[in-house]
Design a protein around this ligand. Sequence first.
Ligand SMILES: Cc1ncc(COP(=O)(O)O)c(C=O)c1O
Length: 476
Amino acid sequence: MRPLTPADLNPAVANVQYAVRGELAIKAEDYRGKLESKDHGLPFNRVINSNIGNPQQKGLDQPPITFSRQVAALMEYPPLIDIVKDKWPSDVIARAQELQAEIGSIGAYSHSKGVPLIRRSVAKFISDRDGFPCDPEDIFLTAGASAGVSLLLNVLITPPKTGILIPIPQYPLYTATLAQYNGVALPYHLSEPDGWSTSLDEIKAALAKADNDGITARALVIINPGNPTGSLLDVPTMEAVVRLCEEHSLVLLADEVYQTNLHSPSTHPFHSFKQVVRRLDSPIPLFSFHSTSKGVTGECGRRGGYFECTNISDEVRALLYKMVSVGLCPPLSGQVGVDCMVRPPKAGEPSYDLYKKETDTIHAALAQRTKLMAERLNALPGVSCVNSPGALYLYPKLELPDKAVEEAKRLGKSPDTLYALELLDETGICVVPGSGFGQKVGEHHYRLTCLCPGVEEYVGALEKFHNKFVQKYGGL
Ligand SMILES: Cc1ncc(COP(=O)(O)O)c(C=O)c1O
């Protein structure tokens, strides 16, 4: 029998790229293994995973929210209720009992769009957030936001030439999924000098180019707050984006998974596209994504998320329902996580004080690390860094010595990959090179997260490395 080879696979597979778990992450894992032996010979004693927005990962260790985990524990093992009845807060027990009465065992499949009670919780969360009604029938619970994005891109792409407008830099889920489904990425650049804001002119230029190339632009992706940039859209920009979608009959895909990761919410608040669309009374088709993976919940591994359909006809919604039915249902533990995220303890309830303390601590740590890292990075020669108001990332720009660029070329790597590899080799700090997210030709960036504890120590190592790197390659 002939063995299965890559040539036997769908050719689209070869085109899929996902830098967040690419060369750098693999090498970092390798180093982590080596560090377990006493005479590892490496110039550092721990790997710092600044490459991935996975808050509870080993080494990042963001603690889970107690309320969510207690409810999860009771859902996993209902007899535990009798053991903890007088020890755990009564609102935890009441929530678990309410969910158990609706779901039964979380070992069973649920409705394919998700448990109806949880979809109602999501709808209430959205209507409280936006001040506009939300129909639970418009909610689809998903295995993380990724599953929703993947489904929507899949159904929106009609080969051979469907274009999807994606921001550059972007979270590589979008380019990877487009490659998988043979969609055409229509890149539009975010404006770094304006704090990585969304430029309408850039979107219009991308639309004109698509038209010229005979590509039908079907949808526009906006990531707000941004990954990898940490940017946050203001309302006038959002309104202009909605009007542009109307003008060009574009579906809007609003990735809002970082909506609660705000470092200064009083001056930089989050506004949802759903709210803007309703306020403008706009007819644009909108899909909005949210997740339990980010925010202060950080439950990436549970795979919880949802998308909301706005201005989507019953016929299209029925087809989406058919498609999600093929996969039976999203994970029940993820659905329970969504319920806890959208229905956290309220002031006055027994779990509230601890919940508030835990979430305040996480928000404060993320804001403090982001500020400190941006300040210190901006003080380095050849580095400029937008101080991000949201999400979990910074995306500094690097000016690199010509000799470093030449050396990268010789090695067949992008210059920021060379920089990131040497950073990892010398300090154990793992970041993702900008080439994995996209950037303008000739520019160099990298993304680092604000999730790593011990920030002073590793920013110091980063500074030392940067100065040495610049010197090694002949200065700027
Ligand atoms: C912008 C953005 N969208 C979606 C996702 C996927 O998240 P999930 O774990 O919910 O699939 C991520 C994960 O990092 C992200 O950064």
